[in-house]
Design a protein around this ligand. Structure first.
Ligand SMILES: Nc1nc2c(c(=O)[nH]1)N[C@H]1C(S)=C(S)[C@@H](COP(=O)(O)OP(=O)(O)OC[C@H]3O[C@@H](n4cnc5c(=O)[nH]c(N)nc54)[C@H](O)[C@@H]3O)O[C@H]1N2
Ligand SMILES: Nc1nc2c(c(=O)[nH]1)N[C@H]1C(S)=C(S)[C@@H](COP(=O)(O)OP(=O)(O)OC[C@H]3O[C@@H](n4cnc5c(=O)[nH]c(N)nc54)[C@H](O)[C@@H]3O)O[C@H]1N2
Ligand SMILES: [Mo]
Length: 767
């Protein structure tokens, strides 16, 4: 279905319904936005969310002129969302970076690649010449590069430099997904498949505004809701999002109280006799402790903590407790909120005690957000070890040392890898002296921006930024490297249901911009990293070579790619890992036999205390004798580190709108998307607005202990006492504009180390 005029999918982000019933195949609907004629199509997938919608890029005269969905692909069956239909226009924006820049005093000046790389290499060698020099390097990467790029970066960091200070912005995004999957099931990896939407009889969305953030997945859910035997729906969100409007039951808890809420639901399910004792006995550990912990979360107590009606909690428990095929998705309303990992694990508990895993319709998503976040985690570019290996397992370290032919002591594994918030702390304190930032814009997306700007501006710190455009972050850099982006380079990436897609190079990058892979390979060559036998550490020269090297690294691990080739990925649909010689078409669902990845020799972690984050030892873990059973982790609710008080009486929560992606470097350069949401706003409840004398559209001031911002008010269906601000709006297109993260707090979940973007105390008033 071609988008007929320029704004159709802006007005209706989900498009026409194609209803279907349980167990039927989701009908095909091909979305296209291709205003000009096309010479050639190139296969790819969306990079503006984690859904992995397959699409073709239309090219004419060497330029991208449109996109269309891929009808044969398992993920989207032809559909595309607004950001994908319009976002490609940003590729040929006239203000792309085309040459490297270096800092001369207070200015960034254009230069050539030799000069820019020369500066980085000179600093690197100086740092390495000193004892412990590896500790001076920090890498902060993304959930938006390709698998091949992350793997190359991971090898440079872990086997070339030997630094533990490497993380992705995935720490802000899906660190909790990874932590919760590891904690409950032994390793990362989503148990379910998107086809669970086709089979389920209930859908629970835990802090996930899927309608705005994965529009095609939402279209699939809506199509089931408009077909026969529609699945029931639960939404848990303090705002009345489109998801909440559609849902049969909407719980709008006080932000930061998710754990109490899910504990309350678990208690009701157990009391109502809706757990599956046979499954619990055969496949889990920890049920008695779980019962003990949740027992005090009576409906009345939960209603008090979360500020809900007890009857609504009971309806929610009936909905998820009575389902035969329950599909859950969890996202930022849990991950960026108080007690993130414990709350996400509580949803895992719900699926485990009800035996809702490993069969069609009984699916669980600890969702991803960014398009390639799964790959950051798999390849170890976020500090995890490549192949979902366990840093505390000596055998896993030995495997990597053999694979890379390096001394095992080079590979950092003596302590947990350094998480992003700590990397910035080291940079602030001056122990990190070279911080290399790729494909992320921390000067808008990290909490407490005044502190981030101060850190990045420090004279002792060399900041390298690799991006497509000038951003709030490049302006603080010492070296800026112009990168080739989506459509301009070849590589693979993996969506939230483990589906791997290939993204072809459709056009040449502008000017001297280079693929991130080539930049990392160039650095490795200039640094002359060698293996134990004096051969170059990195033996590949292109994307396919990197992919083949990665396949060897993934062999035998949960994310086994050994059965995938670029050629297979060109055949019409993505492929779900694990994909091996025995399973050449990939694997639709994990844990179909109820056997989990918790064996001590195989698991990715020996576990952590959910309340404090304290690491358990191998010995402690072995003593639990998991034998393939999953862990039921129970924890008590505790209030968020920052809660409203007299001075700051409101709770600020932040998030997204359907039209923009993150800090808008791409979507603000796509005219249709930019016009749909050109500037920031503040959502507040009508009662709060009336009390403060604020009318719709009035300018308001929002103040936290860390900063203040001004924006027009939008009277909205957010719960009383809570205000919501989209975090998309920095100052690159409007000097003086202040981003939401000026206000947010530097605090993180003790287990996943994910920052708490959803809970800060503020005061508001007319501005
Ligand atoms: N349009 C669009 N789509 C995107 C992106 C984008 O920027 N724009 N980004 C992609 C990425 S990287 C990600 S991570 C995902 C994020 O996707 P989502 O998680 O769906 O998006 P958010 O808006 O961050 O948060 C979801 C909801 O959490 C609610 N919330 C806030 N505090 C709480 C709380 O304490 N408890 C509960 N239960 N809910 C709370 C908010 O009201 C919000 O509606 O989206 C992906 N897709
Ligand atoms: N308050 C608040 N803050 C948040 C959140 C929230 O909900 N509330 N959400 C958090 C989450 S979930 C996320 S994922 C982060 C996102 O935060 P960021 O990662 O900072 O956001 P982006 O705007 O996506 O930045 C990506 C950058 O990479 C560039 N880029 C894109 N493709 C390529 C490429 O191929 N190569 C190179 N070299 N560069 C490329 C883009 O131009 C852009 O500048 O924000 C987090 N911050
Ligand atoms: Mo994210």
């Amino acid at each position: 279905m071609a988008v007929s005029d320029g704004t159709e999918r802006i007005r209706d982000p989900w498009g026409e319904r194609t209803p279907y019933g349980p167990g039927e195949r989701w009908p095909i609907r091909v979305d296209e936005n291709c205003p000009a004629g096309v010479d050639a199509w190139f296969r790819s997938a969306s990079v503006l969310h984690s859904n992995g919608d397959a699409m073709d890029i239309g090219v004419r005269d060497g330029r991208i002129v449109g996109v269309r969905g891929v009808a044969t692909d398992r993920v989207n069956r032809g559909r595309l969302g607004p950001k994908d239909l319009y976002g490609w226009r940003s590729v040929h924006s006239p203000d792309r970076l085309t040459r490297p820049l270096v800092r001369e005093g207070d200015r960034l000046v254009e230069t050539d690649w030799d000069t820019a790389m020369g500066r980085i290499v000179e600093r690197s060698k100086q740092l390495l010449a000193r004892p412990g020099g590896w500790g001076r390097f920090g890498f902060y990467t993304s959930g938006q590069l390709f698998l091949e790029e992350y793997y190359t970066l991971a090898v440079i960091g872990k086997a070339g430099l030997g630094t533990p200070h490497m993380d992705g912005n995935t720490r802000l995004c899906t660190a909790t997904a990874a932590a919760a999957l590891k904690a409950s099931f032994g390793t990362d990896g989503q148990p379910g498949s998107y086809t669970d939407v086709d089979h389920c009889d209930a859908i629970a969305l835990w802090g996930h505004n899927v309608a705005e953030t994965q529009t095609v997945l939402w279209a699939r859910m809506l199509d089931r809701r408009r077909g026969g035997a529609r699945p029931a729906m639960l939404a848990v969100d303090p705002r009345t999002t489109p998801v909440a409007r559609e849902a049969d039951v909407h719980l709008a808890p006080r932000p930061g109280t998710n754990l109490a809420l899910v504990n309350g639901i678990l208690r009701l399910i157990i009391h109502n006799g809706q757990s599956d004792p046979a499954y619990v006995r055969a496949h889990t550990i920890g049920f008695e402790e779980l019962c003990r912990v949740v027992d005090s979360y009576t409906p009345a107590r939960v209603a008090e903590i979360c500020d809900l009606r007890a009857a609504d909690l009971e309806r929610a428990a009936e909905l998820v407790g009575g389902a035969y095929r329950l599909l859950s998705t969890v996202l930022q309303g849990f991950y960026q909120s108080n007690q993130a990992t414990a709350a996400a694990c509580a949803v895992n508990n719900l699926h485990l005690i009800r035996g809702m895993l490993g069969r069609p319709g009984a699916g669980l998503y600890q969702m991803n957000g960014q398009p390639t976040a799964q790959n950051t985690r798999e390849t170890g570019a976020d500090g995890d070890l490549p192949g979902l290996r366990n840093w505390a397992n000596a055998t896993h370290i030995r495997q990597l040392a053999e694979l890379w032919n390096v001394d095992g002591t080079t590979i950092p594994h003596w302590a947990p890898p350094t998480h992003a918030m700590q990397i910035f702390r080291y940079a602030e304190q001056g122990s990190i002296r070279l911080l290399w930032i790729s494909a992320t814009n921390p000067a808008v997306s990290l909490p407490e921006l005044a502190r981030i700007r101060r850190t990045l501006s420090s004279a002792d710190l060399m900041v390298v930024v690799q991006d497509l455009y000038r951003t709030e972050t490049t302006e603080l850099a010492d070296v800026v490297l112009p990168a080739a982006g989506w459509g301009e380079k070849l590589g693979t990436f993996t969506n939230a249901d483990r589906t791997v897609h290939l993204s072809e190079k459709a056009v040449e990058p502008p000017g001297e911009a280079r693929a991130d892979l080539d930049i990392f390979l160039d650095y490795a060559a200039r640094m002359d990293f060698r293996d134990r036998d004096g051969r170059p550490l990195i033996g590949w020269r292109d994307a396919e070579g990197a992919f083949e090297a990665w396949k060897r690294c993934s062999a035998g691990r949960p994310c086994d790619y050994t059965g995938i080739t670029y050629e297979k990925l060109r055949a019409g649909t993505g492929i779900q890992w694990p994909c091996t010689a025995d399973r050449p078409h990939g694997t639709e669902r994990l844990y179909t036999e109820g056997i989990f990845h918790t064996d001590p020799d195989y698991c990715e972690t020996y576990g952590q205390d959910l309340s404090t984050g304290a690491e358990h030892t191998a010995q402690e873990y072995r003593a639990k004798e998991p034998r393939g059973r999953a862990f039921l982790h129970a924890a008590h609710y505790r209030p968020a580190p920052e809660v409203p008080d007299e001075e700051y009486p409101f709770m600020l929560t932040t998030g997204r709108t359907v039209y923009h992606f993150h800090t808008r470097t791409k979507t603000a350069r796509a005219p249709e998307l930019n016009a749909a949401a050109p500037d920031v706003w503040v959502e507040l409840h009508a009662d709060d607005a009336a009390r403060l004398g604020i009318g719709d559209g009035d300018r308001v001031r929002v103040t936290s202990p860390r900063g203040e911002m001004f924006a027009p008010a939008r009277i909205a269906d957010v719960r009383p006492g809570t205000v919501f601000v989209p975090f998309h709006y920095g100052c690159f297109d409007a000097p003086g504009r202040v981003a939401a993260n000026e206000l947010t707090v530097t605090a993180w979940d003790p287990v996943s180390k994910q920052p708490l973007f959803k809970v800060a105390a503020v005061r508001i008033g007319k501005g």
